[in-house]
Design a protein around this ligand. Structure first.
Ligand SMILES: Cc1ncc(COP(=O)(O)O)c(C=O)c1O
Length: 384
């Protein structure tokens, strides 16, 4: 089952956000989409549904959504080392939708919500637009004072974990997860973990879900989807598990149309991904591992760049504050290098000297991207 890189022409002809907004000549590496063709079983199931006009309402009470919940439970047990209860699984359209629902179900206006900084922008937007207050903890190296502020929060009701973390690719160790779980217990807060990137973790790092931390298991919600690792974000299907019956019941009190919405094609594609595409995923991970090494080697030639290679995700978070790009890193590279990187400023205040680079592309395109990046900085291609 081959991993096939799409050509520039194919990508530009598509509707995906990443390429459709990039003018001719620009290499986009901002939006978190992959530049690879669909895994063949996913393509087959989608083509077959379209051929047969099989795009009616899914039967949420007994058909594919129930199969999906069972598959999620089985796959999680096999690959993630903890055991979801199929009866406590929910199928939604999007992971961020599930977070919005959790905010409505488990917090009130004015409550505090723990997020890690830098923060995946839709999390911040959801928390703020619903009138909750973000409480930020650095994703790595939080100090005593920062922890004390969080421990002392009076109205902490939700601990949100982006794990692996977007944009840094950080994977939390067991001790860090236990500390966060302990905080949730002491504060009587619910834990919401977005594990959408959990299948892209590199050799040398072991991924543990916070759902496997016993102390907070009953108050923990985990959501994931095939959107990132199988590149089907437009199909809208997300799956999650509620660690306790009461937690689940409170979520289910929200109107059904608010908390559901997965489409027939998204469900079918997710089942195909999780049932039949492990070989494809292995190849993708190998390619992304090669790309990650390439990015790491490349960045090591630039003393002014600070970069911690990601343990998971296909995203590189680059600290360019000591470079000529510091004041607006995104604008600098768009103008001088014809490459689009995700601006750091969208991940939090005072982060305009950072950018997020998506390296989920072919080796050839990654080489062009890095070459342009290096030239824009100091005329060097970074090859030393
Ligand atoms: C951490 C994280 N969560 C969620 C999403 C989007 O998923 P969804 O459309 O299911 O909300 C992304 C997309 O890049 C992501 O990186």
């Amino acid at each position: 089952m081959p991993l096939t890189a799409l050509t520039d022409g194919e990508l530009r002809a598509g509707r995906g956000l990443k390429w459709s907004r990039a003018p001719a000549g620009v290499i986009p590496a901002d939006i978190a989409e992959l530049d690879f063709a669909l895994a063949p079983p996913i393509r087959a199931v989608l083509s077959s549904a379209v051929e047969r006009s099989d795009v009616g309402y899914p039967d949420y009470t007994g058909g594919a959504p129930v199969r999906l919940a069972e598959l999620f439970a089985e796959r999680t047990r096999r690959r993630m080392g903890w055991s979801p209860e199929p009866a406590r699984v929910e199928v939604c359209a999007q992971v961020v939708q599930a977070l919005c629902c959790a905010l409505l179900a488990f917090t009130r206006r004015g409550d505090e919500v723990l997020l890690h900084s830098p923060t995946y922008p839709p999390f911040l937007e959801a928390v703020r637009s619903l009138g909750r207050r973000p409480l930020l903890l650095p994703v790595r190296g939080a100090g005593v004072a920062q922890w004390a502020a969080v421990e002392g929060a009076r109205r902490l009701r939700l601990v949100v974990l982006c794990h692996p973390h977007n944009p840094t690719g950080h994977v939390f160790g067991r001790a860090a997860l236990e500390r966060l779980a302990g905080l949730a217990v002491r504060s009587d807060a619910v834990v919401f973990a977005d594990e959408i990137h959990a299948e892209i973790v590199y050799p040398g790092t072991e991924f543990h879900s916070i759902a496997s931390v016993r102390a907070a298991a009953e108050r923990t919600i985990v959501f994931t989807s095939a959107a990132k690792s199988f590149n089907i974000a437009g199909l809208r299907c997300a799956v999650g598990h509620f660690g306790g019956a009461e937690l689940h019941a409170r979520f289910r009190r929200l109107p059904w149309h608010l908390r559901s919405g997965a489409g027939a094609l998204g469900i079918a594609a997710t089942i195909a991904a999780w049932e039949s595409c492990d070989d494809w995923l292995d190849q993708l991970r190998e390619q992304l591992g090669t790309n990650r090494t390439r990015v790491t080697d490349f960045m090591s030639h630039f003393e002014q760049i600070r970069f911690v290679p990601p343990s998971g995700t296909y995203l590189a978070w680059l600290d360019l504050r000591a470079t000529p790009a510091a004041s607006d890193a995104h604008g600098y590279f768009a103008k001088t290098a014809m490459i689009f990187l995700q601006p750091g400023s969208v991940f939090g205040a005072s982060l305009e000297g950072f950018v997020r680079m998506n390296f989920g592309t072919s080796e050839e395109r990654l080489d062009s991207l890095l070459e342009r990046f290096g030239r824009a900085l100091d005329g060097s291609s970074g090859k030393g």
